[in-house]
Design a protein around this ligand. Structure first.
Ligand code: SF4
Length: 469
């Protein structure tokens, strides 16, 4: 029977399945960080259980780790406590930690370092106590976020109880125009199908626009699958994927590589495979996207005007938009172009990779950040930071007036003072614009690194094509 990529991975990992019950799914890779794992380790301790597969569990410090000088004491008490506990839990259980005292040269955001280290490979099941684990789906692996009790389940058994989701083919054909990026594709999908469009589904992104993307672009697309409501987002592995994985620290080598590669090539969906749902987006018609509201689905072309709640028939949608615009201090039919920004954040597991930094640096080169605008540039990992510095990108950012930081989540979750003040506006390359996400009372516009960099220069929401044409 013809099968989809998702079904191929799922079937290869079901350990047991009773009728009407969730499947017991084997997990190949468990990534942990300092925020969602402490209670899980406590649970294991109380039950006198050891971690089942410390060799398949990898930790990093990203959410709470300061992105300033790490030789200094950590001021935020909560972050300091979480980091100390994470260090102790990993040491006690023989888990590799990429942090401050150990593995510092490879530390970074969990969804950036997995692929970077070659831990993320096609056909795997990958979980992490973090919503954006879908990022790993860019490699043709089934990656999804889990809750704290599930982290404990995986730590103790290396398995997880899961109900099988349905499949959705998200077909994106065409070629992106100059100045339109992978970030705009995923913001476009979520704006079109809504934050609930993927509920109960696993997205598989297909089509010519996806096949011509780099791995970094594919990661940006898959990263925000959860924002569209889907359980995970997958892209079939191909030569681009194999070339990215080959030679990385944890990638298979020699005969093992040949064996794995042969299996990986069998994973893509059969031509006759049936999906439960099909969505589509025309890449040719896409413009740079920006959000105006308080969920990632409240997005539009940057040149458009904010929708009018009075024209929305659905009562709950109308109320949601009214509430969002009230929080954002915006009016129906208003253009966002020209709206002031107080902070620009270039970073997060969505857009902090070397290509994102290169794009932003190319725009900022020889230009200055507008007066009064705080610009944070936060690489996704320490290796990315080093690579950027080797290319002189840090000098470009600093010369422009931006802050150049150590790797971590930073302003994506308003940690260690990297945040908006009440009432301030920020343009951010991250993935969530919820109320207070980037600081209490802070208002976030989500956009691509190009849009963020252009807005940093002008101090107002700006279509980067105006500066680059
Ligand atoms: S960058 Fe933001 S979304 Fe990504 S892992 Fe960190 S906190 Fe989560």
């Amino acid at each position: 029977m013809a099968k989809t990529l998702f079904e191929n991975i799922w079937d290869a990992h079901v350990v047991a399945q009773e009728p009407e019950s969730p499947a017991v799914l084997y997990i190949d890779l468990h990534l942990i960080h300092e925020v969602t794992s402490p209670q899980a380790f406590d649970g294991l301790r109380k039950r006198g259980i050891k971690v089942r597969r410390p060799d398949r569990t990898f930790g990093t410090l990203d959410h709470g780790i300061p992105t300033t000088d790490r030789s200094l004491p950590i001021v935020d008490e909560l972050a300091a406590r979480q980091i100390t506990i994470m260090e102790r839990n990993c040491a006690e259980n023989g888990i590799q930690l990429y942090g401050i005292k150990t593995g510092a040269d490879k530390q970074g955001i969990v969804h950036v370092i997995g692929p970077e280290l070659g831990l993320t490979q096609p056909g795997m099941t990958i979980v992490c106590g973090d919503s954006h684990t879908a990022t790993h789906g860019a490699f043709g692996s089934l990656g999804f976020g889990i809750g704290t009790s599930e982290v404990e389940m995986v730590l103790s058994t290396q398995c997880l109880l899961q109900r099988k989701p349905k499949t959705c083919n998200v077909r994106i054909d065409g070629a992106l125009k100059k100045g339109v990026t992978a970030k705009d594709i995923i913001l476009g999908i979520i704006a079109k199908y809504g934050v609930g469009g993927g509920t109960g589904l696993v997205y598989e992104y297909t089509g010519t626009a996806i096949r011509t993307m780099t791995m970094e672009e594919r990661m940006t697309v898959c990263n925000m699958s959860i924002e569209g409501g889907s359980r995970a987002g997958l892209i079939a592995p191909d030569e681009t994927t194999f070339n990215f994985v080959a030679g990385r620290e944890f990638a298979p080598k020699g005969a093992e590589w040949d064996k794995k590669l042969a299996w990986w090539k069998t994973l893509p969906s059969d031509a006759e495979a049936q999906y439960d749902v099909t969505y589509s987006l025309d890449a040719d018609a896409l413009e740079p996207m920006i959000t105006y509201g308080t969920n990632p689905g409240m997005g539009m072309n940057i040149t458009e005007r904010i929708p009018d709640p009075d024209k929305i028939a659905d009562l709950s949608q109308r109320k949601a938009l009214e509430k969002a615009l009230s929080y954002m201090g915006l009016q129906p039919n208003q253009q966002l172009l020209g709206h002031k920004v107080d902070m620009v954040f270039i970073g997060s597991c969505t857009n902090s990779r070397i290509s994102d930094l290169r794009e932003a640096a190319a725009l900022l080169k020889g230009r200055k950040v507008a007066e009064g605008v705080r610009v944070l540039v936060v690489p996704g990992s320490t290796p990315i930071k080093k690579q950027a510095e080797a290319e002189g990108l840090d000098q470009i950012f600093r010369a422009a007036g931006a802050e150049w930081r150590e790797a971590g989540c930073s302003a994506c979750i308003a940690m260690n003072g990297d945040q908006l003040e009440p009432g301030q506006y920020g343009i951010s390359t991250s993935n969530r614009n919820f109320e207070g996400r980037q600081g209490k009372g802070g208002r976030t516009f989500l956009a691509s690194p190009l849009t963020a960099a252009a807005s940093a220069v002008t101090g107002v929401v700006t279509d980067a094509r105006v500066l680059t044409n």
